[in-house]
Ligand binder design. Sequence first.
Ligand code: ATP
Length: 783
Amino acid sequence: MAAQAQQDSAVDSEHDPVRPVRGDSAREDSTREDSVRDREIDVEQAHLDRVYRRLEEKIHEAEFLMHDAAQRGHVGTPGALAERDAQVFRAGIHLNRLNNEFEDFLFGRIDLLLGKDGKKGPDGAYTAVEPAEGALGPDDTADIAETLHIGRIGVLDEDYAPLVIDWRAPAAAPFYRSTPVDPGRVVRRRVIRSKGRRVLGVEDDLMRPEITARLNGEELAVVGDGALMAALGQARTHSMRDIVASIQAEQDQVIRAPAASVTYVEGGPGTGKTAVALHRAAYLLYQDRRRYAGGILIVSPTPLLVAYTEGVLPSLGEEGQVAIRAIGSLVEGAEATLYDSPATARAKGSSRMLTVLRKAARGALEPADSPSLLRVVAFGRRLELEAGELAGIRRTVLGGTAPVNLLRPRARRLLLDALWQKSGAGARHSDPELAAELRSSFDEDVSSEDSFLAFLDAWWPELTPGAVLAAMADERRLGRWARRVLNPGEVRKVARSLRREGHSVHDIALLDELQAIVGTPARPRKRREQDPLDQLTGLEELMPQREETQWERAERLAQERTEYAHVIVDEAQDLTPMQWRMVGRRGRHATWTVVGDPAQSSWSDPDEAAAARDEALGTRPRRRFELTVNYRNPAEIAELAARVLALAMPGSRSPSAVRSTGVRPRFTVVDESLAQSVRAEAARLLGLVDGTVGVVVAMNRREEARRWLAGLGDRVVALGSLEAKGLEYDATVVVSPAEIADESPAGLRVLYVALTRATQQLTVVSCERDEPDASGVPDLLRD
Ligand SMILES: Nc1ncnc2c1ncn2[C@@H]1O[C@H](COP(=O)(O)OP(=O)(O)OP(=O)(O)O)[C@@H](O)[C@H]1O
């Protein structure tokens, strides 16, 4: 990057001399530091201006392509039309990306020593990770041999030299991987803050503080205290931000892990699992866009977390091929809106349900009003099949495990066989050909008779998953299907819950399972009316392209997609066995990234869920990673949460908090009204932080908690404990730890989640039930 270095030094020469890398005296001179900062900002501004000029050229090219492609449409031949569609599609994507990524898209820079072998990669940067032998001179001096700028997409100059390296390219890896312990070739790592076309600031980290490095004869300047702390201290909004400028080395290992088989990531609260999962999706698409044209599915535990995270991928320039779905929205046409009590959820989520559903699907074929007599007239005779005979036929048909809807043709055939037997007509002809003819006209007669058709519809109805679930709302019938699998209490709860209007998140997995159990009957294909001209010209083949542009096709395919090339499961510890089966069906041939934290599991039987997970992932080899640093909670809050972790999962390790704020969690005790205490605390915190405040209560209080906060504005939200999964706020109020912990068998782990949501301040409000001590610290949180 000699051209780059020259340009930097041209800007440098108009300013103060560069601040030396070392020397405390220079740091004390704040005026001087400001001028160094301004000068360094100017350097980056000059580079950004150059990048923008190049981007504008690229945009003009893309616009020209679109225009040119539209012109081709006038030619009118099918070939030209198809080509036009393809060009518009490609140019559209290109233009869209360029426009999208204009905001804040240049964010990093690394200054590197000479590399070992002097080889360049496809992005024009040197590939060596380690410095060449002579890169460091005597007295620990060195020259910067290469400067790379890192951004959301790669931009080459007119000579194909890199102006910006895509953050996902191999050449950008040192930006994330380099640490003072293992710096590789990196001397200085810089994060650039920009908005639109303006550079606002720079923050540097020195990876080799022991050396004196020169860039074009000038000593390398260092500005600021690093970008990570600046990013972590920022106020939170209701949307997650990308971390592309400050990904840490252990996170980068996960993001860039090869997509073979299963990448399994564990880490405590705030270690960046969700952020890493999202960046990994963007990385995989960059790496192998063709392979992931089959789509990437990200499964999230709640719609709230989907809403919180869905801006991250567009900010990284990726949309369209990634579907982020809540676990309750995976089934087309059904949406989870209800909650189940912990005991009901436990029964519905358990793999025991599989046996119940299989029986229910077969049982639902026989509603109470199922006909018990078939009567038809054939060949002038009245023929009947009675209840016992019908039951025998049903038993024979149901002998196998095939989906019941697919068995209907077989049931029809056996009914006709039985009626044929009764008719005695088989004995009339000894000539097999005549007998077959007679039989065929018998079948035709009977099966076109209205009474037969009506009987078949009532006796072997086409089942929908919804209809089977509705049948399970009848406690008596469910009791029969669940005998020796669910206990009577569970049967009562499940049946009662299914009588409500709507579905719970656990019902969605049951619906999906039922779809597999009942099957989708093949529909007779409707023949398209043939235009005689089509046959003459062969135009029919090309018609779909004329009727549907490639854009529309891509959209339609995305919507219809039921299987994916890569599946990412966030908060994997929460999936129930039935949910693992549902997600597994969407990734039968996929590679996987599974991120989670067993200590935050709200599922009561982690062993059962782990077995279901292993079944869904099959025998694919696992590659394991662990994230160990908590970027969300200050040490003061992490320390308090660790007390609950010790109770919830004795022996497990908390991640270490990366910063401390000096602000200790606050404890208050309700004196008169819970509503007033919580409201007052939320209002107080709103005055202290710039961003959001989350109030976390036991699930059964969430409606009333919303009323407590009415009128306080949209910076504050009330959440049930299970809804808080994955979210974060500047400040949180956790209401009655005892209530949250007693809610379910996994209550202590849910409390651990609630206590780890705050980035700055935490208040715990206790009631009598929490047995607070004189300082207001509830029993569960005492040392
Ligand atoms: N490298 C980083 N640079 C800046 N911020 C980071 C970094 N890593 C994580 N964070 C921030 O830390 C917070 C926690 O990240 P994230 O929500 O991904 O953690 P998590 O492991 O999924 O947490 P939980 O298990 O509690 O859901 C987020 O605000 C995220 O932006």
